[in-house]
Design a protein around this ligand. Structure first.
Ligand code: PLP
Length: 430
């Protein structure tokens, strides 16, 4: 699997009873007293008590503006924030100076896209980020809108051209035409490390190596990969990696842009204001080195502390065990769903190079209706185009239903999903 660092140790099964006991929300009931079957972690994960406690502790004991005050609370807030940066960096194999906190993965992609258009008026060190007419940005048809629309907009601002790698009928990247698509005109390749719809895991390292040979930069969208696999930036091959904390057991409102140090050092800022400046005069300002250059305003300390606790939680489970657990659930789901007549899985039919997002359509039942029937049984899934409209179009469907798994899900929940789908089928064919 290309996003995953090599490991020798065999996976150990997760103790899901113990894991579930850490998640207060999983003990609540929903519609008509049904137990909650949460199969929507691809949208956002649930949060364990350890993460909630870490975020609350900041507000209860150390609430202050990090990097700004001359008092103890500010010092503690700064330590929590910078400690979280070091923990996230270790989690993805980076140096702390290569980790920029953003609001989410979407903002992290926009940061790079706007830095690239801001490069037009920045100094000579920003030369390599400049794009204009004749240059190309290469995206893929697999992308979430978060890693597509910002590149469309960059092209619109600069006159560059957007091209894309198409998908195969089973929702993987079509790699046969890469030589025509990656050329010396390519300035940047934007690709997902795991599709949020088909679960496909593209060969990021191979594509990145080709892109680098052509002189292009590479940004990988790790929003669906980092929570579920051991991702190490030293083997991933990408220059930039983005992720959202809320999809990996942590709070909302914080995300990460990893960037290779020399790139971040040369890159102009996106958002500007307090805390990112070196010297400010009425005539103009100079900026701090990265990562501070990209983090204007008072930082989200509690959210960062929560993210640090989430990394610790995942490390304690072991990312290889997390991956194996989800692979077991995904295999079970693919097998159970394949037996339902009229159900089409949008994505690879086996777990090879595939993560735990299982999207499907059902003949004669609209995804929204299916979602409603499942919801009545307490089963939470996502319906619609999952912010991947071009991908749905390429696969010839308007919308789909998606089940996505995480550390707290069980085989019994997969079976409840399959039974719920059969019940919907019976209901709508009656
Ligand atoms: N990329 C992928 C693959 C996603 O699945 C998502 C969210 O679903 C995002 C990016 C955007 O994440 P966020 O909305 O947290 O910025």
């Amino acid at each position: 699997m290309s996003v995953v660092a090599d490991t020798a140790a065999p996976a150990r099964p997760l103790d899901t009873d113990a894991v579930r006991a850490d998640f207060p929300i999983l003990s609540r009931t929903v519609r008509g007293g049904s137990p909650l079957v949460y199969l929507d972690s691809g949208a956002t994960s649930q949060k364990p008590r350890q993460v909630l406690d870490a975020a609350r502790a900041v507000y209860e004991r150390s609430n202050a503006a990090a990097h700004r005050g001359a008092h103890l609370l500010s010092e503690e807030a700064t330590d929590a924030y910078e400690g979280a940066r070091a923990d996230v960096a270790a989690f993805i194999g980076a140096d702390p100076g290569e980790v920029v906190f953003t609001r989410n993965a979407t903002e992290a992609v926009n940061l790079v896209a706007y830095a690239m258009s801001n490069a037009a008026t920045a100094g000579p060190q920003a030369e390599r980020f400049r794009v204009g007419s004749g240059d190309e940005i290469l995206a893929t048809e697999l992308e979430h809108h978060a890693n597509l629309v910002p590149w469309q907009q960059l092209c619109q601002r600069t006159g560059a051209t957007l091209r894309w790698i198409p998908v195969t009928p089973d929702g993987r990247l079509e790699e046969t035409g890469l030589d025509e698509l990656i050329t010396p005109r390519t300035k940047l390749v934007a690709l997902t490390a795991q599709s949020n719809v088909t679960g496909a895991i593209p060969p990021v390292a191979e594509i990145a190596a080709r892109a680098h040979r052509a002189g292009a930069l590479v940004i990988a969208d790790g929003a669906q990969a980092v929570p579920h696999h051991r991702v190490d930036v030293t083997t991933l091959g990408a220059d930039f990696l983005v992720l959202s904390a809320h999809k990996m057991l942590a709070p909302y409102g914080i995300g990460v842009l990893y960037g290779r140090r020399e790139l971040l050092e040369a890159m102009p800022p996106f958002l500007t204001g307090g805390s990112m400046i070196e010297v400010v005069r009425m005539e103009g300002s100079t900026f701090l080195p990265p990562p501070q250059r990209f983090e204007p305003g008072v930082p989200s300390v509690a959210e960062a502390a929560g993210l640090s606790a989430a990394c610790a939680y995942l490390n304690a489970l072991g990312m290889d065990n997390v991956e194996a657990h989800e692979q077991m659930l995904t295999a079970h789901a693919l097998e159970a769903l394949a037996q339902i007549p009229g159900l089409r899985i949008l994505g690879p039919a086996t777990v090879a190079d595939r993560g735990g997002a299982v999207s499907f359509t059902m003949e004669g039942v609209h995804p929204h209706d299916l979602g409603q029937v499942l919801d009545e049984r307490g089963i939470a899934v996502r319906t619609g185009h999952h912010c991947a409209w071009p991908l749905h179009r390429a696969l010839g469907v308007q919308a789909s239903t998606r089940a996505s798994f995480y550390v707290y899900n069980t085989p019994a929940e997969v079976e409840a999903l399959a039974e719920g789908i059969r019940a919907a089928q019976r209901f709508f064919s009656a």
